[in-house]
Write a protein that binds this ligand. Structure first.
Ligand code: ZN
Length: 155
């Protein structure tokens, strides 16, 4: 490992720690028009995602729940990055994020598009944590697609 990459890694860990300690948008959204629950039985993570739409745009997105640092930080960063995005953009980000954490990046422009989500690039080295990182996104997708009232599970 070069010195530069360990610096990047330390920075990424700091960002994840910060979002774990002080999750952003961590609250119920009383006037949400969509919401869904998700769970990752493997780790015990639970998350509930609330979305308020304005036409095709995500006006507000929040979450509650309890989980490990990866799932909490992932949900926190997800809510930050999705605010103001269209459904199309949200779907695109979900795909890119999934590629990032599973180590299958195809889009050469992905770094620019993922922005802060790059802090999860190390997750692909830990297959069991992939489900922690993607749980909030799967739950969001269920909320956006209004996939019934059954909780989403990563299994
Ligand atoms: Zn977890």
């Amino acid at each position: 490992m070069t010195h530069a990459s360990s610096d990047v890694r330390a920075l990424y860990q700091e960002v994840i720690l910060d979002h774990t300690k002080r999750p952003r948008n961590f609250r119920r959204l009383e006037d949400a028009d969509r919401h869904a629950q998700g769970m990752n039985p493997l780790c015990g993570d639970r998350v509930e995602v609330f979305v308020k739409m304005n036409g095709d745009r995500i006006e507000e997105v929040t979450f509650t729940g309890a989980g490990c640092s990866i799932s909490t930080a992932s949900a926190s960063l997800m809510t930050q990055i999705l605010k103001g995005k269209t459904l199309e953009e949200a779907r695109d980000l979900f795909e890119k994020f999934h590629d990032l954490v599973t180590g299958k990046i195809k889009d050469p422009d992905f770094q620019k598009k993922l922005g802060k989500l790059l802090v999860f690039s190390g997750v692909c080295e830990y297959p069991v944590r992939v489900k922690c990182a993607t749980l909030p996104w799967h739950t969001l997708k269920a909320a956006l697609e209004k996939a019934g009232e059954e909780p989403v599970t990563t299994e």
